[in-house]
Design a binder for this molecule. Structure first.
Ligand code: TPP
Length: 624
C-alpha cells in the first residue's frame, strides 16, 4: 500500500503518473475490500467507482469545486483520498466516519446525501448561486443509472439542460440499481453503451479538426442534423445537454480526457461512464447485489448467505402465503425487492410483482390506481424513503379512501446508515394522513396477523410499520385488539408499541426490584388511537412514561398527553421519551437507543425518578 499511504490529499493524486495511478487504483480496491470486510458498509458501488473518482479528483479541486454525489454510498474512494483513510476503522460506528457525504465532516463533501435522485437539482442550485455571485468554481453531479430511475432526477435534468449553466453531470452507468436496474431508461442506456472504440475515434477526429474550426463546425452541424432526423434520440441531447460518451469507466486516461473536456465546454454536459459494479473482487463482480451493502465478512469466503431471519423476511413470507390464496394481492417495490423481503414473492408471482425503480411517488400513486380498480396493492417500502411519497398518500390515496396497504419497513432507528435512513418520521407523517390506519407489530407472529387485518379488515389506507432486524424476547401474539395490557401495576404506566415493548417490559422488571409496580400497555393500532385503556390506567397510577424511537412531533406520547388534558386527568408525573426533534446520526441501534435514553435502564431510571420528587411533572426533555 505504498502509494495509497502517501496520499494525504487530492493534490497527491494529481502528481501521480499513469502507471502510479493504476497501482493506486488496485491499492484502493484492496483497502476497500479489507476495510469494509471488517466494518461492513457499501462495497460493490465503491469498487466500481475507483477510476472515476480518481479522474474527477485529477480534474477538479474539491475544496473549491463542488462534487455532488447522488445517494452518496459510492463516496468512499472520495473520502479515502480526501484525508479520511485512517478513519475507515470507525466507518458507520457511533461518532465515527459516516458512510455518506457530510459537509460537516469535510470541506470536500459538497452536500448531504443518502436518498436517490436529487444530485442534479442540488448541483444546478449550486451552479446558479455561483453564477449569480460571479464566483469561479465548477459543479459536478455524479448520479448512477439506478438513481436515474427516480422522477426527481428528470426534474433536475429538464431544468439543467435548458439552463445554459456550466455544469457537468456524470452518469455512472453500471446497469445495476441494488438489484438489476429496471425500466425504459435503463433499456435506453443499454442501447447507448456502444463500443468505447467509437468514442476514441470521436476524440481523434476532434483533435484532427481542431486546427480547422470552421470545417469542424460545418461537419458537426451536418452530422447533428442527420443524427437528429435519422437516428433514435438520446434523451440527454434532447434535454439540452452536451452528451459525451459512453466512456470506459475503468480507463483512467480516457476518463480524464473526457471529464477535462466536459469541464472546458462551459455548458450543461452529461458524461456517460460505463463501470462495473463490484470490480476487482470476484465475489462482488459475480453477485453485485449481494455486495451492495454488507455486514462484516470474511474476505476469502465472501459474505454469508444465510442472514438472520428478520421482520422483512417475515413480511415477505406472510404476503406470499396470502397471495397464494388471493390473486387480487399485488406487491410493489421501489427498487428494494431483496431489502423488503419480496424476492420469494417476485419469483412465485412475477405477474403480480412490480419493481418500479427508485420511484416511491410513482409507486404510491400507482397503488392508488390499482386499488381504485379492485386490486389489493401492498407497497413495501423503507420508512425513510416513503417520505418521498407523502403527497401521493394524501392526494392520490387518502382523499379517495383507497385501500392501499403500506408495508413500512426499517421503521424506527436503523443504525449504521445514519441520519438519512433513520425511519423516525413516519409515525408523525402517517398519522397525519386522513383515514390512515397504522398497525405496529412487536414480533413476527403479530406482523403476519396485522398484515392480514390490513388487507382484509381495513377499508381504506393502512400501514403496517416494523423495524429493521429481528424480534426481541416478547413473542406472544396480542395482535387481536387495538391495545393490549401486558402487565398490571399500580404505581406507573409504561406505554409503547413495536419492538420497544421489549424495553418497557424489561424496565418494568427492573422497577419491580425497586419496589415500584409498573403497568405495561402495548398499542397495536397507533392510528386511530384508542386511549381508553391508557387513561383508565393513568387514573390509577397518575404516572406515565411513553417510549418511542420516533421524532417528538406527532408522537403517540404527545397524543396521550393531549388525551389526558382533554379528559381532565391531571398526572402527577409524565415523561414522553422519544428522539426529540433533532437528527439521529449513525451507530448501532443499541448504542443509539442508549444515547437517546430509550434502553430499558434509562426508561426504568425515568420512572424511578418520579418517586424521588413525586410532585414533579417532567415533559419531553429529550430534544436534540
Ligand atoms: C429515494 C431512495 N429510494 C431508495 C434508495 C435505496 N437505494 C440505495 S442505493 C440504490 C441503488 C442505486 O443505484 P445506482 O444509482 O445505480 O448506484 P450504484 O449502487 O449502482 O452505483 C437504492 C435503490 C435510496 N437511497 N433512496
Amino acid at each position: 500500500m505504498n502509494i495509497l499511504r502517501s496520499i494525504k490529499s487530492p493534490k497527491d493524486v494529481k502528481a501521480l503518473t499513469d502507471g502510479e495511478l493504476q497501482i493506486l487504483s488496485s491499492e484502493i480496491r484492496g483497502f476497500l475490500i479489507d476495510s469494509v470486510s471488517k466494518t461492513g458498509g457499501h462495497l460493490a458501488s465503491n469498487l466500481g467507482a475507483v477510476e472515476l473518482t480518481l479522474a474527477l479528483h485529477r480534474i477538479y479541486d474539491t475544496e473549491n469545486d463542488r462534487l455532488v454525489f447522488d445517494v452518496g454510498h459510492q463516496s468512499y474512494v472520495h473520502k479515502i483520498i480526501t484525508g479520511r483513510r485512517e478513519d475507515f476503522k470507525t466507518l458507520r460506528k457511533l461518532d465515527g466516519l459516516s458512510g455518506f457525504p457530510k459537509p460537516c465532516e469535510s470541506i470536500h463533501d459538497a452536500a448531504v446525501a443518502g436518498h436517490a435522485s436529487s444530485s442534479v437539482s442540488v448541483a444546478l442550485g449550486m451552479a446558479r448561486a455561483r453564477t449569480l455571485s460571479h464566483e469561479d468554481y465548477s459543479v459536478v453531479a455524479v448520479i448512477g443509472d439506478g438513481a436515474l430511475t427516480g422522477g426527481a432526477a428528470y426534474e433536475g435534468l429538464c431544468d439543467a439542460g435548458q439552463s445554459k449553466e456550466p455544469l457537468v453531470v456524470v452518469l455512472n452507468d453500471n446497469g445495476m440499481s441494488i438489484d438489476s436496474n429496471v425500466g425504459a431508461i435503463s433499456a435506453m442506456l443499454s442501447s447507448l453503451r456502444v463500443k468505447p472504440g467509437y468514442f476514441r475515434f470521436k476524440r481523434r477526429y476532434r483533435k484532427l479538426f481542431s486546427h480547422f474550426p470552421a470545417l469542424y463546425n460545418f461537419n458537426h452541424s451536418v452530422k447533428e442534423w442527420f443524427k437528429r432526423r435519422l437516428l433514435p434520440g438520446n434523451i440527454f441531447d434532447d434535454l439540452g445537454f452536451h452528451y459525451l460518451g459512453p466512456v470506459d469507466g475503468h480507463d483512467l486516461p480516457q476518463l480524464e480526457a473526457v471529464i477535462g473536456w466536459a469541464k472546458e465546454l462551459k455548458v450543461p454536459v452529461l458524461v456517460h461512464v460505463i463501470t462495473q459494479k463490484g470490480r476487482g473482487y470476484s465475489y462482488a463482480e459475480k453477485e453485485p447485489e449481494a455486495y451492495h451493502g454488507v455486514d462484516a465478512f470474511d474476505v476469502v469466503c465472501g459474505v454469508e448467505k444465510c442472514e438472520k431471519f428478520g421482520f422483512a423476511d417475515a413480511f415477505g413470507s406472510a404476503l406470499t402465503e396470502l397471495a397464494e390464496m388471493d390473486d387480487k394481492i399485488v406487491a410493489i417495490t421501489a427498487a428494494m425487492c431483496g431489502g423488503t423481503g419480496l424476492t420469494e414473492f417476485s419469483k412465485r408471482f412475477p405477474e403480480r410483482f412490480f419493481d418500479v425503480g427508485i420511484a416511491e411517488q410513482h409507486a404510491a400513486a400507482m397503488a392508488a390506481g390499482m386499488a381504485s380498480r379492485g386490486a389489493k396493492p401492498v407497497f413495501a417500502v423503507y420508512s425513510s424513503f416513503l417520505q418521498r411519497a407523502y403527497d401521493m398518500l394524501i392526494h392520490d390515496v387518502s382523499l379517495s379512501k383507497l385501500h392501499v396497504v403500506l408495508a413500512v419497513d426499517r421503521a424506527g432507528i436503523v443504525g449504521h446508515d445514519g441520519e438519512t435512513h433513520q425511519g423516525v418520521f413516519d409515525v408523525s407523517f402517517l398519522c397525519s394522513v386522513p383515514n390512515m390506519a397504522v398497525f405496529c407489530p412487536s414480533n413476527f407472529a403479530e406482523l403476519r396477523d396485522m398484515l392480514g387485518f390490513a388487507i382484509y379488515r381495513v377499508d381504506g389506507p393502512v400501514a403496517v410499520r416494523y423495524p429493521r432486524g429481528g424480534e426481541g424476547e416478547y413473542i406472544q401474539n396480542s395482535a387481536g385488539a387495538p391495545v393490549a395490557l401486558l402487565r398490571e401495576g399500580n404505581d406507573v404506566t409504561l406505554v409503547g408499541y413495536g419492538v420497544m415493548i421489549n424495553n418497557l417490559l424489561k424496565a418494568a422488571q427492573m422497577l419491580e426490584k425497586e419496589g415500584i409496580s409498573a403497568e405495561v400497555i402495548k398499542i397495536n393500532l397507533i392510528n386511530p388511537l384508542d386511549t381508553e385503556m391508557v387513561l383508565r390506567s393513568l387514573k390509577k397510577t397518575g404516572r406515565l412514561v411513553t417510549a418511542e424511537d420516533v421524532c417528538a412531533f406527532g408522537s403517540v406520547g404527545s397524543r396521550l398527553l393531549a388525551a389526558c388534558a382533554e379528559n381532565g386527568i391531571a398526572l402527577r408525573n409524565a415523561k414522553t421519551l422519544d428522539l426529540g426533534n433533532g437528527i439521529v446520526a449513525h451507530g448501532s441501534v443499541e448504542e443509539l437507543l442508549k444515547q437517546k435514553g430509550l434502553d430499558a435502564e434509562s426508561i426504568a431510571n425515568v420512572a424511578k425518578s418520579f418517586f424521588k420528587n413525586p410532585a414533579d411533572v417532567i415533559l419531553g426533555e429529550n430534544d436534540g
